[in-house]
Design a protein around this ligand. Structure first.
Ligand code: ATP
Ligand SMILES: O=C(O)[C@@H](O)C(=O)CO
Length: 423
């Protein structure tokens, strides 16, 4: 490993590839691992992203897993730690952003960090501490209906404060206008006031690049993937704009979707309205013991030679609520994730070599079911979503191309556009 390097801990798998994608585009060589690796890495890298599935697990477990990742990254020589969470600040009343941040600060013996989910290329901007998703405030966006982490407050100072005993402050757009020097001075004055975490405003890539130098001395940075574009300059690295090439893609094409976001609902509707072959998974049938994965795989077998097939549990908020009221939130999520993961594995076993997965939790389950341990980052399909290449024992080719799409990312025709990029 090249030292020093940026050590990243991502709280879900789509978020990890999103971060890796931004770092690669900003010029870094990045290795993404699935979970904490067993041993040392041999690849040369400027950043390592450890992908966890810790966003919605109990806070104590998220803390423990994040501390494990930290220990591994420190042992490997990371000089700065980046805790990556969602650009929509996805969290529950118990965390996990606050508790994990607190634990990482303690372990790093640091008294201050920033928190900034801004990702302007995907419409996530922060102004006076309020998070906007496109033109809407977070709590007015589709995120208010998220199956696991409904976001009902757009004021991030308030949201983060409710998850931590430390004092939360704000570095707003007026400070930012003064450049990195002004941000550094503000960090010093907030520290002196006893503030341990500060939400940072950002509405453009220019803001993110300008503020980067102000974070150089922080042992811990916490953010969405946007802040990543301003950090490589601190390591003497400058943007190349191009990711490395992946091996030629082979095999059949499929999409597995468990995201119920507004964007994914539109992508599913677009794919089916254009005649794409699609199979819907009903969580209540799964709960009744019906073997929908077997049905879906046998359905796919007949169609997949002709083009990409879509297998989805994606549903509208009313339908998700109805399912959750029958099964409970956690059980509904689990049985759907379990079914989609076994479908993803079954598809790869049957010759799928190009797989799109929609949804962070869903991606985590599918990647784990495929036994994938690390991924190479390739070309970007849409902001925050690259194609990746990974070894898996479940493919007779030994590897698979995967694209892990965050719930709200990608244009309406993402499910067809994605495969064009690999041609
Ligand atoms: N029809 C459904 N009813 C209830 N729960 C569902 C249904 N379909 C999917 N789910 C569950 O909803 C959750 C969706 O979360 P997931 O992280 O996969 O998507 P997302 O939140 O849109 O994506 P991201 O985290 O990348 O923004 C999963 O736990 C999934 O199993
Ligand atoms: O930051 C985002 O929005 C994504 O990378 C993500 O984390 C969605 O799960």
């Amino acid at each position: 490993m090249t030292k020093p390097f940026l050590g990243c801990i991502a709280d879900d798998f789509t978020g990890a590839t999103d971060l890796a994608n931004n770092l690669v585009r900003a010029g870094m060589r990045v290795v993404q691992t699935i979970g904490v690796p067993d041993g040392a890495l041999t690849d040369e890298a400027d950043a390592v992203v450890v992908a966890l599935k810790s966003r919605t697990i109990p806070a104590a477990e998220a803390v423990a897993q994040s501390l494990d990742a930290l220990k591994w990254l420190q042992a490997a020589g990371a000089s700065q730690i980046y805790f990556k969470y969602c650009s929509t600040f996805d969290s529950t009343a118990d965390g996990n952003i606050g508790p994990v941040t607190e634990a990482l600060l303690d372990a790093l013996k640091s008294d201050f960090t920033i928190a900034c989910p801004a990702f302007p290329e995907n419409g996530r901007t922060v102004f006076k501490g309020y998070l906007f998703v496109g033109d809407e405030l977070l709590h007015e966006s589709g995120m208010r209906n998220h199956p696991l982490t409904p976001m009902t407050d757009s004021n991030l100072v308030r949201v983060l404060q409710s998850q931590t005993t430390r004092c939360v402050g704000l570095i707003d757009y007026r400070t930012l206008a003064g450049g990195a020097g002004a941000v550094e001075a503000k960090i010093q004055s907030l520290r002196a006031e006893g503030v341990a975490m500060a939400i940072v405003d950002a509405t453009s890539n220019a803001d993110l690049i300008a503020m980067g130098p102000a974070f150089k001395a922080l042992p811990l940075v916490t953010a969405g993937s946007g802040v990543a574009i301003g950090l490589p300059q601190n390591f003497g690295i400058h943007a190349v704009g191009e990711a490395g090439r992946l091996p030629v893609a082979r095999g059949m094409r499929a999409i597995v979707s468990g995201s119920c976001s507004t964007a994914t609902n539109a992508q599913v509707a677009d794919f089916t309205s254009k005649g794409g072959a699609a199979f819907s998974i009903d969580p209540l049938q799964l709960a009744n013991g019906i073997d929908l994965p077997a049905e879906a795989l046998s359905w796919a077998q007949e169609r997949i030679q002709k083009g990409p097939v879509l297998i989805y549990a994606t549903a509208k908020p009313e339908s998700v609520r109805a399912v959750q009221s029958r099964l409970g939130v956690a059980r509904a999520g689990e049985i759907v994730e379990h079914a989609l993961a076994s479908i993803a594995r079954g598809l790869v076993e049957r010759g799928v070599g190009q797989l799109v997965v929609a949804g962070g939790e869903t991606s985590g389950a599918c990647i784990q079911a495929l036994g994938i341990q690390s991924m190479l980052i390739g070309p970007q399909i849409a902001p925050g979503v690259p194609w990746c290449h990974a070894a898996t024992l479940y493919s007779n080719q030994g590897s698979v191309h995967v694209a892990l799409k965050s719930g709200n990312f990608g244009s309406t025709d993402f499910f067809t556009e994605a495969f064009q990029i690999l041609k």
